[in-house]
Write a protein that binds this ligand. Structure first.
Ligand code: V55
Ligand code: FE
Length: 489
C-alpha cells in the first residue's frame, strides 16, 4: 500500500484527511449576528490516494466541497468529495491513476481522455447554481443542499473552452458573470476564451484570443466598462510536459502585461499595457474607473512567484522570507493605444483580498486581506501551497482612515475570509473564516470565526467549533439563506 510522501505538502496542517461527514448542532461561543444567515461554502483540496510521484503538491488534491451552515442561529457543517471523473476512476481501483500537477503525459495510459481536473479551487455561486472550479478544466455542478455532485458543467452544451477560471467576476448591477478560461484548447496553448453568462446563467458570449505567451492566468477583473486580463511570466511549454516535466516555470526576465478591452467589445480590441519583468500575482482586490476614465487595477503583486515548488522548478533560489510584495495598483488610460502601466503601492504584502460583492468593478473605500504579522514572535503555521499560513487580518481604508488589524496568537492561522453584507445601513458587514490552532507537533483544532468587518481589531463576535481536522481551504463563497431559497424555488 503506497503512503503519502514525507513532504510539507502532505504533513502537519497539510496532512490528508479525506473524511466525508455531516455534523449538526455545532457549539457556538458568542452570538451569530442576524445578518449572518446562510452557507459558507469552502473548496478544500485533499488527495484521496497517495500520489504517483513524491514531488506532488497540494494543488493536485481532490476537490472537496465543504459547507458551514449558519442558519436560524444554528450551525452545522458537511464535507464531500467532488465526484469528478478522475476521483471516480481512482476510487474504482483504490489508487491514483493520474500523474504530476497538470501534466496529462504522466498519467496511466488507460486514463487518456479522462477529465483530469480536481475541481478544488473556488465554489462559485451564480444564477442559483453552485459550481466547483479549477482553472485547468471545466467546473463541476454541486447540489448546494446535499453537496452531491451533479456532473461536469458546460452551460447546457454551449461552452467551447476546455477550461474555466476559478476566479469569475459578477457585476453587482447586471448580475452577469464575466469569466474566462486559459489554455482553452489544451495545455501550453496561448488561447484564452472570454465568456459572459447573463443573470440567469445563460452563456451569452464566448470569444477566443491569444495572449503574448502561455501564462498562469489565475485571476482577472472587470470594471463597469472593461475586462482586464493580467499576464505574468509563469509559463508552460508543451515539450517540457511531453518530457514529463513541470507545468509551470517562472521566467524572471519576461515582461508582464495587462490586456484591456471593453467588456462587451470584440476581443480584437484588446490593448496590451506593459508591467514589470518577472513579477507574479495570484489575486486582485478589484479594479475600477475614475472620473477621468483611467482604470485602476489593484493586485497582490510579488517580485517572483509565491509558490516555492514553482521557484524550485525554475531554478530560482529565493527563500520564502525574501519574496517581496505589496498590494500594487496599476493605472492605465484605456484610450491610449498602449504603453507601460503606472505602478503605485497601495497596501501591504499578503494575499486573499476581499471587497463587498456590491462593489465589484466599482471604486471601493475599503478592503480586507491576509498578511503576516511583522511583530509575531516565532514562525507562522506551516501549511497551504506556500508553506506558511497567514496570521494577520487587515482592513485597509482607502479614504485615509487608519488601518485596522486582527493578530492571531503564535500557532494560529487564518484561512481566506468571505464577506457577508449587513442589512443595517452604514454597517460594513461581517467576515467569516476558518481559523486553525496548532495544539501539538501534528495536531490542530479549527473554528469558524465571525468578525465585524468594520471593527476587525475587536476580534470575533462568534466562534463556532468545528470538531474535526480540516485541511487548508483555498477559496470560499458566501450564499445567503435568501439566495438558497430562491434557487430551490
Ligand atoms: C492556485 C490554486 C490552485 C491552482 C493554481 O491559489 C493556483 C492558487 C488549488 O489549485 O491549481
Ligand atoms: Fe485563487
Amino acid at each position: 500500500m503506497a503512503a503519502f510522501p514525507q513532504s510539507p505538502h502532505f504533513m502537519g496542517l497539510n496532512r490528508p484527511i479525506g473524511a466525508e461527514y455531516d455534523l449538526d448542532n455545532l457549539v457556538v461561543e458568542g452570538e451569530i449576528p442576524a445578518d449572518v444567515d446562510g452557507v459558507f461554502f469552502r473548496a478544500v483540496p485533499d488527495p484521496a490516494f497517495p500520489p504517483k510521484f513524491d514531488d506532488d503538491n497540494v494543488l493536485s488534491g481532490d476537490g472537496m466541497i465543504s459547507a458551514v451552515r449558519l442558519q436560524g442561529g444554528k450551525a452545522s457543517t458537511s464535507i464531500r468529495y467532488v465526484q469528478t471523473a478522475r476521483h471516480k476512476a481512482e476510487v474504482e481501483v483504490d489508487r491514483t491513476r493520474f500523474g504530476r500537477y497538470r501534466n496529462p503525459f504522466t498519467d496511466d495510459a488507460d486514463m487518456a481522455g479522462v477529465d483530469r481536473t480536481v475541481a478544488n479551487t473556488t465554489p462559485v455561486w451564480h444564477a442559483g447554481r453552485l459550481l466547483m472550479t479549477k482553472e485547468d478544466g471545466r467546473p463541476y455542478q454541486i447540489d448546494p443542499q446535499t453537496l452531491k455532485t451533479i456532473g461536469s458543467y458546460d452551460f447546457g452544451g454551449k461552452l467551447k473552452s476546455e477550461t474555466v477560471t476559478a476566479h469569475v467576476r459578477i457585476d453587482p448591477v447586471t448580475g452577469e458573470m464575466f469569466f474566462y478560461g486559459y489554455e482553452a484548447d489544451g495545455p501550453a496553448s496561448t488561447k484564452v476564451a472570454y465568456m459572459i453568462a447573463d443573470k440567469d446563467g445563460n452563456l451569452t458570449s464566448e470569444q477566443w484570443f491569444d495572449v503574448p505567451y502561455c501564462s498562469m492566468m489565475h485571476d482577472f477583473t472587470i470594471t463597469e466598462n472593461y475586462a482586464l486580463f493580467p499576464v505574468y511570466p509563469t509559463t508552460c511549454s508543451l515539450d517540457r510536459l511531453k518530457e514529463g516535466g513541470d507545468h509551470w516555470i517562472h521566467e524572471m526576465d519576461l515582461d508582464s502585461w495587462l490586456g484591456v478591452m471593453p467588456r462587451y467589445g470584440d476581443v480584437s480590441e484588446i490593448k496590451w499595457f506593459k508591467g514589470g519583468k518577472g513579477v507574479s500575482c495570484y489575486h486582485m482586490m478589484g479594479a475600477f474607473e475614475d472620473a477621468e476614465g483611467n482604470i485602476h487595477f489593484d493586485q497582490c503583486l510579488s517580485n517572483v512567484n509565491a509558490f516555492p515548488f514553482i521557484r524550485e522548478a525554475s531554478g530560482i533560489h529565493i527563500a520564502p522570507w525574501d519574496v517581496k510584495g505589496a498590494l500594487t495598483r496599476w493605472t492605465v488610460n484605456p484610450k491610449a493605444p498602449s504603453g507601460d502601466v503606472v505602478e503605485n503601492i497601495v497596501g501591504p504584502p499578503g494575499d486573499f483580498p476581499v471587497i463587498p460583492a456590491a462593489e465589484q468593478g466599482r471604486p471601493y473605500a475599503r478592503g480586507w486581506m491576509l498578511t503576516m504579522n511583522p511583530e509575531m514572535r516565532g514562525p507562522p503555521v506551516a501549511g497551504g501551497p506556500v508553506g506558511a499560513m497567514f496570521n494577520l487580518l487587515m482592513r485597509l481604508d482607502f479614504t485615509g482612515a487608519s488601518i485596522q488589524a486582527l493578530a492571531l496568537d503564535p500557532g494560529m492561522s487564518f484561512n481566506e475570509p468571505v464577506h457577508v453584507p449587513s442589512k443595517t445601513e452604514d454597517h460594513e458587514g461581517w467576515l467569516v473564516m476558518i481559523v486553525d490552532t496548532q495544539t501539538g507537533p501534528d495536531d490542530f483544532t479549527h473554528a469558524c470565526w465571525i468578525v465585524d468587518a468594520g471593527n476587525v481589531g475587536a476580534g470575533p463576535v462568534a466562534k463556532i467549533a468545528i470538531p474535526t481536522r480540516l485541511r487548508p481551504q483555498v477559496h470560499g463563497w458566501w450564499v445567503s439563506s435568501d439566495q438558497l431559497a430562491k434557487a430551490v424555488a
